[in-house]
Design a protein around this ligand. Structure first.
Ligand SMILES: Nc1nc2c(ncn2[C@@H]2O[C@H](COP(=O)(O)OP(=O)(O)OP(=O)(O)O)[C@@H](O)[C@H]2O)c(=O)[nH]1
Length: 263
């Protein structure tokens, strides 16, 4: 029995679509890991191509076939190959992939050296169009911030909370996710850990108290550190703190081009 190819039908509405494809594909992938070589994880993937105005639909199954072809290996070099392949098999001019995945890093507690894994949400967004390849990596780092104002004006303690710092960057060469995590954690009042024994808890409590930071302080300190990386072409730093004394969040953001304009 011949199955009609509805997607391939002509369309007379004369409308070009910039992005058509599949969204929210949960898929096992393998990403590069500085300590172990590779790490298996589960990604949520969006993939798009453009569709000429005279075609009714794209061929959704081919997106998944291309993912399979690449043996689920997701890294900057492979992503470029995946996009070129998508363009070829879907006869497109533009191809886009967005991959978000949990990435686990083994950490040692500061005093007892107890080991545990901490989850960082990472993503890659890449696009090929008109011979141009854009690749953006994002790393979301949970941190601890202690309010400098609260410390200054209070007779006892200071309010402190978990915050999230998101670094998005374009680079000339590959940069390890772990390098970005280290930059952010050093710029916080203290890092976050999955496993802390009492001596560790005392240490991080005092470390945060000795390093009070507004969201603005973290954003600026991360920006200064990232500026030292020659490999980074562009970056954006966003910090959001889940305030413990408010029902709303504090937020700060800076991009490398805003910084350049001020120099
Ligand atoms: N384009 C498009 N396809 C859809 C949509 N919803 C479901 N599909 C289905 O996606 C499936 C795969 O379509 P194709 O990739 O064109 O399948 P195919 O013709 O077997 O594959 P090729 O021979 O490679 O073209 C079909 O079952 C479609 O009906 C939609 O909104 N748009």
């Amino acid at each position: 029995m011949v199955l009609k190819d509805v997607q391939n039908e002509r369309d007379a509405r004369n409308i070009y679509l910039k992005r058509v494809g599949v969204k929210g594909v949960r898929y096992p992938v393998v990403v590069l890991d500085r300590a172990q070589g590779t790490q298996a994880t589960i990604a949520t993937i969006n993939m798009y191509v453009d569709l000429p105005k005279d075609y009714r639909g794209t061929h959704m199954s081919r997106f998944i076939e291309v993912l399979n072809e690449f043996h689920l290996e997701i890294n900057p070099k492979r992503v470029k190959d995946i996009l070129n392949r998508l363009k070829d098999v879907l006869n497109a001019k533009r191809a886009v992939i967005e991959v978000e995945f949990p990435y686990f890093v083994k950490k040692q507690a500061p005093v007892t050296k107890s080991e545990s894994y901490l989850e960082y949400t990472c993503s890659f967004e890449a696009e090929i169009f008109d011979g141009k390849f854009d690749f953006l990596t994002s790393v979301l780092v949970p941190i601890h911030t202690l309010c400098p104002c609260s410390k200054e004006i209070s007779e006892r303690g200071a309010h402190n909370q978990r915050a999230l710092c998101k670094v998005s960057f374009e680079s000339k060469e590959m940069i390890w996710i772990e390098d970005i995590i280290e930059v952010v954690e050093k710029s916080a009042s203290a890092p976050i850990f999955t496993l802390l024994k009492r001596p560790d808890e005392k240490y991080v409590t005092e470390l945060a108290y000795d390093n009070p930071k507004f969201v603005e302080d973290v954003a600026r300190d991360v920006a200064i550190e990232l500026k030292k990386y020659d490999k980074i072409k562009w970056y954006k730093v966003e910090v959001e703190s889940y305030e413990s004394i408010h029902a709303h969040n504090a937020y700060a953001c800076v991009t490398s081009d805003e910084l350049e304009e001020q120099i």
